[in-house]
Design a protein around this ligand. Sequence first.
Ligand code: 4AD
Ligand code: MG
Length: 465
Amino acid sequence: MAKKKRDRIKDLLADQPRDGILVQGWVRTRRDSKGGFSFIEVNDGSCLKNIQIIADHKLDSLKDWDKLLTTGSCVSVHGNLVASEGKGQSVEVQAASIEVHGSADPEHYPLQKKFHSLEYLREISHLRPRTNTIGAVMRVRNRLAYSIHRFFNDRGFVYLHTPIITTSDCEGAGEMFQVTTLDMADPPKNDGRVDYNEDFFGKKTSLTVSGQLEAEIYAMALSLVYTFGPTFRAENSNTSRHLAEFWMIEPEMAFYDLDDNMELAQEFIQFLFKDVLEHCTGDLEFFNQRVDKHLLETLNQVVSHDFERLPYSEAIHLLEKTSEKFEYSVEWGCNLQAEHERHLAEKVFKKPVIIYNYPETIKPFYMKLNEDGETVRAMDVLLPRLGEIIGGSQREDDFDTLMKRIKQKELDPEEYNWYLDLRKYGSAPHSGFGLGFERLVQFTTGVENIRDAIPFPRTPKHAGF
Ligand code: 4AD
Ligand code: MG
């Protein structure tokens, strides 16, 4: 017999009554009636909502219904979709047979209650996808990923896969995870130092912090490229917006200057929010009710206003003269902290802000030096509540200036031969930026902690289940 096709709950809830349907999913709750039947709420992950199943205890397949049909158990339900007389749903399923694939012992299954804290759920990361919140986050995350590819492909960008294992520290912050097959207890040595000639690649290698440098290579041939892949940072920051493993989207564009770059960043973010507002309505309404009462209002505001553009020097000026008390003091030349970024976006402008032309001293070697010799063509996009979501720049395309910057930052020009070559042969003005995918998911769903925006968060001291 041909295998019966499964009906998705999302489709059934929008369907007309009809016979011969198959629901497959996990039981969320069961309510027993005195009349010899149970109401079972089943969810299959296709949407936030459950479908109600009416299960007659007399069904042959339900001999031990009270023991088998427990919260968390997995079922296949054959039956008919009928108009519901109850409140809360227009259709429900009259079961003809129910097969329990795996029951879940109520004494031990951890997800019995209606509500669990997100902190607790992180301790059971193998079961947390079965909750409303994490299920909805992952559907929104999926839609965002899909529309990111659409955005770039519609504009002629080529999706580029940059390597995960690398020998260069793009951001120069020394926050890299080393990759090695050497015996840590007894590594080969030469003159008292570890001899990486003996290592797998014959060189010291690490997990990448960014695909940008490699993306630049391809932008110098294909003009418009973007990466979308995992990146790794061994920064020991236990904050609600840092992960050790996160995904980044990095477009790189030949012939774009800093203004073009800012324009694209705004268009990109607005496109993504418009798209989720249109396609993830059920999940976003849930977040708006349960997680952040201002979520929809905030998202709608971001899509309907131009982002403010503010030179770094003016940002410092504004921060210096405000009466707001900060933990970190501000002066020209300092790095902006999250508290400063949020103040500007939330309180001063009440919308996204792009800060540009940062001091050369606090930014990486690859950013284009301005005529003033003091600032570089950097830009950070700051969102209310979150702070930095995008970091980018116009790249230094002049060979001599780049060489000078590499030496200034005490990097080894030999290691950047290939990068310098791009300025030697057919150099072009170009720009790009990186958007942190989990920060985007965090902002779109309103979840407070970035650890709830990724299926399996990696943070200091947390890498397993
Ligand atoms: O500002 P960043 O460090 O910029 C770069 O890596 C450039 N190479 C990008 C480019 O120009 N192609 O990182 C870019 C973004 C940040 O704005 C932030 O959203 C995110 O990546 N990010 C993190 N997200 C989660 N956890 C971390 N530890 C992050 N570090 C950066
Ligand atoms: Mg940054």
